[in-house]
Design a protein around this ligand. Structure first.
Ligand code: SF4
Length: 165
């Protein structure tokens, strides 16, 4: 399946704990003021990659601790990310996903693909970037409103459970 990406970083240390393979989705409609990645907004920007080639590339990346979906907005290409996430599950690889939507918004949309993708993610860093709440001291987040959520536990308990990373 095709995925439109803004870029891929193979060994990031700023997008979650450890060394991470980061897929930056192309396309975002949140228009956060002060966004650091405006080049990722256009739905027809970036370039197209085959999800199978991403999986193969991840398999070759021996030193990574996990994979991060970032953006742009990954949920706008949920089907392609589902395909990647399912394969990563078979490889026992943990997945962190950033979204400009909050956890509650993702649930309330009642979109089958979004719910399925959510169920395949271990940790969600949610919500838009709010420039007024910018906080350089918070790890892996841009602004203080964003939460680091244990998705599997949140789905199980039907309420937001924060992750300890
Ligand atoms: S969700 Fe992320 S990529 Fe999209 S506008 Fe906000 S900060 Fe930028």
């Amino acid at each position: 399946m095709e995925l439109r990406v803004a870029g891929i970083v193979k060994e990031s240390v700023v997008d979650g704990p450890g060394f991470r393979y980061v897929i930056f989705a192309q396309g975002c409609e949140h228009c956060c003021k002060g966004c650091h990645n405006p080049d990722t907004h256009a739905m027809d920007g970036g370039y197209v990659v085959d999800t199978e080639s991403i999986i193969e590339d991840i398999k070759q990346s021996r030193y990574i601790d996990g994979v991060t979906f970032s953006g742009g907005e990954p949920f706008l290409q949920a089907e392609a990310f589902i395909g990647i996430a399912e394969k990563l599950g078979e490889l026992n690889m943990n997945i962190i996903c950033y979204s400009g939507f909050t956890y509650e918004e993702l649930i309330e949309r009642k979109d089958k693909s979004w719910i399925k993708l959510l169920g395949l993610i271990d940790t969600l860093i949610d919500g838009p970037y709010i420039e007024e709440l910018k906080d350089l001291s918070v790890v892996f987040r841009g602004s203080d409103n964003q939460r680091i959520i244990d998705v599997k536990e949140s789905l199980r308990q039907n309420k937001v459970i924060l992750a300890d990373i």
